[in-house]
Write a protein that binds this ligand. Sequence first.
Ligand code: PMP
Length: 366
Amino acid sequence: MSRFWNKTINETTPYVAGEQPKAGEKFIKLNTNENPFPPSPAVKKAITEFDTATLRLYPDTNATPIVEAVAEVEGVKPSQVFVGNGSDEVLALCFQTFFEKEPDTDLPVLTPEFSYSFYPVYEEFYNIRPKKIPLREDFRLEPSDYEGIANCGIAIANPNAPTSRAISLGDIAKICEANPDSVVLIDEAYAYFEENYETAVSLLPKYPNLCVVRTTSKSYSLAGMRIGYAIASEELIEGLLRARDSFNSYPVDRLAQAIGAAAIRDVDYHKKCREELLKTRKYTVGELRAIGFDMPDSSANFIFARPPKCIDAETLYKNLKAKGILVRYFKTPGINDRLRISIGTMEEMEQFIKTVKEEITNAENS
Ligand code: PMP
């Protein structure tokens, strides 16, 4: 608290990012859902060929190289793409642009009960009333739960984090249809981690109230670059451009624009990394279930697993950390019996499984 801060800053509890080890600390890092593979070789080429003399000049405000790459790969018009400094920034601008509360109605924004922990921060920061919609058995999202509730907007991560479960395009269509006057934000940070992944982008021609948000942080291995984007109707994109130009006209630097466009265009490499990751996920899930872990089938690059009765999630989290393996533990009631585990390389996951087995044996014998 400070008397120099305004009311909003005094009253907002900021987001706490997953732990990032300090330089020199060596961990198997399975706590922030980064991609274990390096970015596309096209990224290195873009950096090598980058003309540093151009850094003298401001970048293209719209990040046109990325806009064009996204439009081409996703089959949409460039005027349907908005690029920002990481999808966190894009999501923040979406909350600000589409969900701001009307003082006379005070309608809430609907989000799943357990979801990305930045959403409640945006709600506090922009002073929008939250309404958490409970999930059903095994964290299943039931689309009809989003019908008949007056709201100023809806935000759903698909696949959801930290639960790892996805809903179908049919479910998203139902939610858009049931809420024609609200923007339905579908946060696809973890899209692509399925063999036949479905993106809500294909629903855009039918639903002008749908806004799909993506990031290059996960599936493109570019968390360090900070590139996110929204794909939506021109009407929604225009709103985001207005919000951006009331805040920071140059959110994406020149180097990021070159790198992002190169990574997004390398469709084959992207697919190869996905296939590798899916194999490793299958191995990890199989091994963990065999020793008594319980988890829903994952559609993401992480799993959300409850350890067997002999050891609680918090103890396992601490013991793994002491042995150099970082996973994510949330103290939140309702999910505090689980660990969110990012899928690393096969070698990392073998080491992880070996360490978990040791912990289970120790717990059983104590
Ligand atoms: N959405 C979800 C559901 C996430 O888990 C994350 C990563 N923390 C983000 C968005 C933000 O990703 P970034 O800002 O790196 O694009």
